[in-house]
Design a protein around this ligand. Structure first.
Ligand SMILES: [Zn+2]
Ligand SMILES: [Zn+2]
Length: 354
């Protein structure tokens, strides 16, 4: 893991101001992914995974109708690599000899596919891409089954119904039981979007506390949050520009931490909240993981860790936004939420775009 990331304290202790919220506080862990070269024995976004060499790699059978705007993961990675290099050395070569060799390999593989007349890749079982692996030692709020101490999430980089999102697969495993590790997992030939190809990142987890989005609160609690006179007890700490809409201050600054996150409360807003119930036992499912398009909104907002504030405040080129370290984009720059059943890790998970 890299150096620490610390979120500035919230401008207001909302549970002190609204004691009725206190029982709803939920632990969350901001993952703070940052581009890097993690190993299989680290928690990471974008791989590599600690995957047993003798276990089949997950594939998705579709269907994959396609969006007509394919991206090629090998090309996406090469372009990101070039951009990162040119950011550091803007006067460097267009392609280094090594990058030219990668490009030649990619082009040769492309031509080989065409010449062989292989079926459209989306008609094949598609190898899934590593999205995240989390060791429980780093993310202690996870509740693994049995001896497991590692959660691995992969996705298929094509749009799937409903809501046009990658389809996800979850695996729990005991890391100590993994012998030989798969060194070169199969790579999908194609993805629907570059944003479905996660950039490898190290994680710098940070524990925080979430409160429910205001849309999830009872009507009396929503009314309490809308009462500006109650907020005034906090004095100057509450931004008075929110006087007409104090619930917006609550949602933006206090309730739900943005970005990649384990646990906590879910971001809502694309739709009104609705309960997600387990398909097996009907228990109300709980947020496991938020896969976010952005770590924070817009400019230097209050959720930007101290260590990133200088970078967040400067101009950046497309594809170099410090708020998008993973390069993942889902929905319309939304979040993909994974939910699990609190009763059993054996029950299937579900996901939701918000
Ligand atoms: Zn698929
Ligand atoms: Zn269940």
């Amino acid at each position: 893991m890299g150096s620490a990331r610390i979120t500035p304290p919230r401008p207001v202790d909302v549970a002190a101001l609204f004691p009725e919220l206190a029982p709803l506080a939920r632990p969350a862990i901001r993952l703070h992914p940052r581009p890097g070269s993690p190993s299989v024995s680290e928690s990471s976004v974008g791989g590599p995974l600690l995957w047993p060499a003798d276990e089949p790699w997950p594939h998705c059978d579709g269907p994959h109708p396609g969006t007509g705007v394919s991206a090629y993961p090998a090309e996406v990675r090469l372009e990101r690599r070039r951009r990162a290099r040119l950011r550091v050395d803007p006067r460097g070569p267009h392609y280094t000899p090594e990058e030219r060799a990668i490009k030649a390999r990619n082009d040769a593989a492309f031509t080989e596919r065409l010449d062989a007349g292989l079926p459209q890749p989306a008609e094949c079982p598609v190898p899934m891409l590593p999205v995240v692996q989390l060791y429980v030692r780093d993310i202690p709020l996870l509740r693994p089954p049995g001896e497991a101490d590692l959660l691995q999430v992969l996705w298929c980089p094509y749009d799937h119904a409903p809501d046009n999102k990658p389809s996800t697969a979850l695996f729990w495993r005991a890391s100590a039981s993994v012998g030989d590790v798969l060194t070169v997992p199969p790579d999908p030939y194609e993805a629907d979007y570059p944003g479905y190809v996660p950039q490898p990142c190290r994680l710098v987890p940070e524990a925080t506390i979430d409160y429910p989005h205001s849309l999830e609160l009872t009507s009396p609690m929503q009314q309490a949050l809308g009462d500006w006179s109650r907020w005034q007890a906090a004095g100057d700490a509450v931004d008075s520009s929110y006087a007409a809409y104090p619930a917006e201050f609550y949602d933006t600054e206090l309730a739900v931490a943005p970005g990649w996150k384990a646990g906590g409360w879910a971001p809502w807003g694309r739709t009104d909240p609705y309960p997600l119930n387990c398909a097996v036992c009907e228990a109300q499912m709980v947020p496991l993981l938020t896969i976010a398009s952005f770590e924070w909104d817009g400019g230097p907002g209050s959720w930007v860790p101290y260590e990133d504030q200088a970078a967040a405040a400067t101009d950046h080129l497309a594809g170099q936004n410090p708020a998008q370290p993973t390069a993942v984009e889902v929905g319309s720059t939304d979040n993909l939420q994974l939910y699990v059943c609190p009763a059993s890790a054996e029950h299937p998970h579900t996901d939701l775009i918000q």
